[in-house]
Structures are given as C-alpha cells and as structure tokens.
Design a protein around this ligand. Structure first.
Ligand code: DX5
Ligand code: ZN
Length: 217
C-alpha cells in the first residue's frame, strides 16, 4: 500500500522556511505544527507564517493545529490555502460543525487525538473526516520517543474505516523513524509525519525515500 510521508517543519530552520520546504519537495505534504502555548506548552507560528509556507511550498500543506478553541480558529487555515487542516478533538466543542466548515472552505477535514484520548468518540462520526491523526507522542515537541502502545488505536481505526468502506487517511505523528515506520504502517497508518528523522538527516530527500521504503515493505 502507498504510504504518504509528511515531514514536519517543526524540526526545520525557522530562519529559512522558504528554502526548507524546497528541501522536502519529494514528500507528499509539508506538515505545519501550529502551537499556542496553551493547548501545548510550546509556541510556534500562526496564520501569517502558514500563509507564507503555503506560497513557498511546491507540495500541499497539512496544518496540525495544537491550539485551544479549534472551532473558532481552524477555518482560517482552510481559507489561507492549507490542503488539510487537523484540529484536536480535545480542543473542539463541535467537531462535526468544524469539519463541515473546513470542507465547505475547500480543505480536507482532519481530527487528532492525544495519546490519552480513546478512539471511541470518533467511531460513529468517521465519515465527517478525510483524515484521522493518532498522536504517537504527547504533542508539543519534536524528537520524543514513539509510543508503541498507540498502535492498538491505529488498528481499531483501520478496522472501522475498512468496515465502513471509507477511504479516510490515517495519520500518525511523533517519533516516526526508520525503526518505527514499519510498525505504524503494519497497524494501518497511511500517512507518516516525521520531523527530526527528516530534517535531522544530512539528506532530507534520502531520509524521505528510506522512510517510504521501510513503511511499504
Ligand atoms: C509534535 C508535533 C510533531 C513533531 C514530530 O507535537 O506535532 O509533528 O514535529 O516530530 P518528531 O518526528 O521529531 O517526533
Ligand atoms: Zn504535528
């Protein structure tokens, strides 16, 4: 099965973002981590910087919003050109409404769950989303260790997506490397986010190719 590799620019050089996105042009999408120092204990960037990333990127932009009050803030990221917008279930009072709003504005609707959040709340509303993100670390920082215990959630979602005949993408984010890509893909993930494994490598294009090979074998 074809696996998408979405490098996270959280591990890129923020002083040269336009060049950094060019270095990963062989990937499927650029993963842009938006953090607000409230939902997570870290702060990155917001709409003006994401808009510049969209303009500079040769590939689609996959925004990952780690911010509170997702219902209010997520739609703006669809308007500024992100191909997909992921908001956290824990930060949303009305996930169906927000997902429909994202689709109405032309983005793929995606919802994320933190490691301690069970999948149960998503199983009856899967068709509202184009992608589900299972976090494989506590969100907030790059370079953390992959949580293999999250693979049970990926397997449950894979079974539910297949049983419903849906084509929902299943993304994992956190600690993805050549060591862990295979188990994530085996559990049923179709999109792998990798920050340090790509931007920490001397040759990001080679790192992307290696992750793809490991995930698809
Ligand atoms: C973590 C972010 C991730 C992060 C992944 O909160 O959502 O996208 O950049 O970094 P690595 O791949 O280094 O774990
Ligand atoms: Zn992320």
């Amino acid at each position: 099965m074809a696996i998408a590799i979405n490098p996270s620019i959280l591990s890129a050089d923020f002083g040269r973002l336009a060049e950094e996105v060019q270095r990963i042009s062989t990937a499927d999408a650029v993963h842009a981590d938006v953090m607000d120092n409230a939902f997570v204990p870290n702060l990155t960037f917001g709409p003006p910087v994401v808009e510049r990333i969209v303009q500079a990127s040769p590939i689609p932009v996959d925004a990952h919003l780690m911010i509170n009050d997702a219902d209010r803030h997520a739609p703006a990221y669809a308007d500024l050109g992100c191909a997909s917008v992921t908001f956290h279930l824990e930060a949303s009072a009305a996930p169906i409404r927000t997902a429909r709003e994202l689709r109405r504005r032309g983005a793929r609707a995606s919802v994320a769950i933190r490691p301690a959040t069970p999948v149960d709340g998503l199983l009856d509303i899967l068709d509202e989303f184009d992608q589900i993100l299972v976090m494989t670390v506590e969100p907030g920082f790059g370079g953390q260790a992959f949580l293999p215990s999250m693979m049970a959630k990926v397997r449950r979602l894979r079974t539910a997506i297949d049983a419903a005949g849906l084509s929902t993408a299943l993304q994992v984010d956190g600690g993805i490397s050549t060591e862990t890509a295979g188990q994530a893909a085996d559990a049923g993930a179709t999109v792998l986010v990798a920050g340090s494994a790509v931007y920490g490598a001397e040759d990001p294009a080679a790192a992307i190719a290696e992750l793809r090979t490991r995930a698809e074998q």
